[in-house]
Design a protein around this ligand. Structure first.
Ligand code: SF4
Ligand code: SF4
Ligand code: SF4
Length: 295
């Protein structure tokens, strides 16, 4: 019972965050959909993992990440017409507008990672949600040289909206005017185009990458600019995988199965926490360790 309560911590946190945003700060009903849904499914994933063994424990997490994705893609993206991609953030910041998109970024990608590192990548990212279910058995490491591609991609993600603004794309007035009638429709149409284009590019890149590199999360390692936004905070994050004190027999299973190519064994050997900024807290290393040497 105690361990089930521990599994439900994400749901309790989600309810706390909902009350904070809905009742205290912003007062938008949609928070009652978003946060409890996310926290609820992470809790379901945690509990399901308890009833499986080894690699199969990952089923719960993969189900969670898949079930969480409609909140971002359907509820926020298609129904609310909020594009949570990085480019949209640049538009809002440049226009001096504080919106739900920026709240998402603050919680999932800027401040939240101080606590749960890249837990968003492991449990809630709507791009990875589908990558996790691709029929790819291998988990080949991505050559390090390719992982630097993310840096120019981040620059491009910032430069594209900056270029639009420079060319006279008046996002501020489009957003402000978009409160009524025809202006509202125009604003929603623009949001939809940015949403479909941004996400379309991600999926159309990420899926071929996964097959080409024989690794489901090749896109995360090579091209995703968002991974860089979370790196610094992840280094000092509160939650990290760490040694339990049990003896590691150096079987290599944790390294082989880590979706982010982390040398988990080297941390364990030195009795250190996994401080790699690539860790997405997926728990695969914990699940596959026959000696229970990681927690
Ligand atoms: S690295 Fe990017 S695509 Fe991969 S899980 Fe994180 S945010 Fe999603
Ligand atoms: S170190 Fe463990 S928890 Fe972190 S990404 Fe690798 S397998 Fe997942
Ligand atoms: S899976 Fe466990 S025993 Fe095997 S190398 Fe990793 S930490 Fe050591």
């Amino acid at each position: 019972m105690k361990s089930h309560l521990r599994s439900a911590i994400p749901l309790f946190i989600a309810l706390g965050v909902t009350i904070l945003f809905n009742v205290v700060l912003i007062g938008w009903w949609g928070f009652w959909v978003i946060f409890p849904w996310i926290g609820g499914w992470v809790t379901v994933g945690n509990i399901m993992a308890k009833f499986k063994k080894g690699k199969k424990k990952d089923f719960g997490r993969r189900l969670s990440i898949l079930m969480i994705s409609p909140v971002f893609l359907v509820f926020l993206g298609l129904l609310q017409r909020e594009n949570l991609q990085l480019e949209q953030c640049v538009f809002y910041i440049a226009a001096g507008l504080f919106t739900r998109v920026l709240i998402h970024y603050a919680i999932a990608k800027i401040l939240g990672p101080l606590i749960w590192g890249r837990g968003f990548c492991g449990w809630a990212c709507w791009t990875a949600a589908f990558l996790e279910w691709l029929p790819i058995k291998e988990n080949n490491p991505v050559p390090k040289k390719y992982t630097y591609i993310r840096y120019p991609v981040l620059l491009i993600s910032i430069l594209i909206p900056a270029l639009f603004i420079q060319m006279g794309y008046d996002y501020y007035n489009l957003h402000i005017a978009g409160d009524t009638g025809a202006a509202l429709q125009l604003h929603k149409f623009h949001q939809l185009i940015w949403f479909l284009t941004g996400n379309g590019i991600y999926y159309l890149t990420a899926i071929p990458f996964a097959f080409a590199f024989k690794k489901k999360r090749a896109f995360c390692k090579i091209a995703c600019p968002v991974s860089l936004v979370m790196k610094l905070q992840t280094r000092i994050a509160l939650i990290k995988r760490k040694p339990t004190g049990e003896k590691c027999t150096e079987c290599g299973s944790c390294n082989k199965n880590c979706p982010m190519d982390i040398d988990v064994m080297s941390y364990l050997k030195n009795r250190k926490k996994v401080t790699s900024t690539e860790c997405i807290l997926c728990d695969m290393c914990v699940n596959v360790c026959p000696e229970k040497a990681i927690k």
